[in-house]
Design a protein around this ligand. Structure first.
Ligand SMILES: CC(C)(COP(=O)(O)OP(=O)(O)OC[C@H]1O[C@@H](n2cnc3c(N)ncnc32)[C@H](O)[C@@H]1OP(=O)(O)O)[C@@H](O)C(=O)NCCC(=O)NCCS
Length: 394
């Protein structure tokens, strides 16, 4: 008989995580500190017990993430794992079902996670959500036009100051599907953990114009054993306009005497080629997170940049029965209304609907690939796709 509850003692999950993620001794000490700091900063640990034994656990993050034109509470799942001798017993399935109830009680509209295996989570209602491009170049490949107009200054900081953090949150509230960052997220983005043996420095570069922050670049500087010159990973390029973006590229180009490789992570709609003299050494598209609607009721009132439409959807949700059944989705003047309905035009799992609502895919795309069933009354209503991009990891 399983019992799902919040963990009394965070240390309990360490032995599970150590074997499930094969943490080596050098990583275990850092994991211990990271766990204590995460809990101190508001993350919660939940698990499934059988008698007194903890069989499985996960960490729940409380993010605020942009979804369409709103910033909404998002539950982030991380550290999900089970004991080696409990595999296949159903403890994780039980835990996932209960986690959805926890998130609903907390008012979290959607849940996002970084899957070890997409099929595993698709089975429980998550679907593909965020994608990014990673471009690797030598700094010399950057060709940036002459500066025009007012000067922009760049300052390297080991940790963002107040003005930079506030700039970022304003930017994240208006762009892509970025999450707000508190002290906790910035710490996890700037701390060097003892297992990151290749990392020499982490921080941000603040771009300042007319006495205001106009851009923020996040970076990691790494050098592998045996390498002479490091790699500069630009993991965030948040900028007010093209002039600031160009200043960021000038900054990166200036590193050419030291840095061998620039590794730049960008949302899919940010094209770098107009600033490159040749094709990049490497250019990859990475699918990162998956998303799941926690509660359709909580989506009611979501603002989105979409034309008016009305649609009945018969939703299949085996893990969250409060979502199961027919719903009317109506958009009027950019506001989504979600109410229980009678008549369906489409039938789909909660995962497919989650991916469409997030902006990653469309009904048309998922009907064509038979992820969604179109019923007789369906007349082609759809939601526009958007560029989804989440720059945090957990
Ligand atoms: C992934 C993991 C959490 C699954 O844990 P588990 O204890 O086996 O989970 P459950 O017993 O609840 O099974 C969950 C589902 O996986 C299936 N499953 C379990 N082991 C499987 C295996 N080896 N091969 C295929 N399917 C398997 C179960 O049948 C069940 O599906 P169902 O709901 O249709 O019955 C566990 O293997 C683990 O901790 N792995 C290492 C850490 C990790 O990768 N975590 C994920 C981070 S995103």
């Amino acid at each position: 008989m399983f019992l799902y509850k919040q963990l009394d003692d965070p240390q309990q999950i360490l032995p599970l995580a150590t074997s499930a993620f094969a943490l080596r001794p050098i990583e275990q000490g850092a994991a211990d500190g990271w766990l204590a700091s995460s809990v101190k900063h508001g993350c919660e640990l939940y698990g499934v017990y059988e008698d007194d034994a903890l069989l499985a656990g996960f960490m729940l993050y409380d993010f605020q993430m942009r979804l369409r034109s709103c910033v909404v509470p998002m539950g982030g799942i991380g550290l999900l794992c089970s004991r080696l001798d409990a595999r296949g017993k159903g403890a994780v399935r039980f835990m996932i079902q209960n986690s959805l109830d926890t998130m609903m009680q907390k008012g979290q509209v959607v849940c996002v996670l970084d899957p070890f295996d997409e099929t595993f989570y698709r089975h429980y209602g998550w679907e593909k959500f965020s994608r990014c491009q990673i471009i690797e170049i030598s700094p010399n490949l950057l060709k940036v036009p002459e500066r025009l107009g007012a000067g922009i200054t760049a300052t390297d900081l080991p940790f963002p100051d107040e003005a930079s953090m506030s700039f970022y949150n304003q930017y994240a509230a208006e762009h892509y599907t970025l999450a707000q960052r508190t002290q906790r997220e910035w710490e996890s983005r700037t701390q060097i953990l003892s297992w990151s043996t290749d990392t020499a420095a982490r921080g941000v570069v603040k771009f300042f114009r007319n006495e205001c922050v106009a851009g923020l670049m996040g970076y990691d500087l790494t050098r592998k054993d045996g390498e002479d010159r490091p790699t500069f990973h630009a993991n965030l390029l948040a900028c007010e306009d093209e002039a600031v973006f160009q200043e960021m590229l000038r900054y990166l180009r200036q590193l050419s005497h030291q840095v061998a490789t620039l590794r730049i992570c960008l949302p899919l709609d940010r094209e770098l080629w107009p600033y490159l003299s040749d094709r990049p050494a490497k250019s990859t598209i990475r699918d990162l997170f998956m998303i799941r609607i926690v509660s359709l009721d909580l989506l009611d009132g979501l603002r989105m940049d979409a034309p008016d439409m009305s649609l009945g959807v018969d939703v299949v949700d085996e893990q969250a029965p409060w979502n199961h059944g027919v719903w009317d989705l109506t958009i009027t003047s950019g506001v989504l209304r979600v109410q229980r309905g009678q008549r369906a035009d489409l039938r789909c799992g909660i995962g497919a609907l989650s991916s469409v609502v997030s902006g990653f895919s469309s009904f048309a795309q998922l009907i064509a690939s038979r992820h969604i069933e179109s019923l007789d009354t369906y007349q082609g209503q759809d939601l526009p796709k958007t560029v989804t991009f989440l720059a945090d990891y957990f």
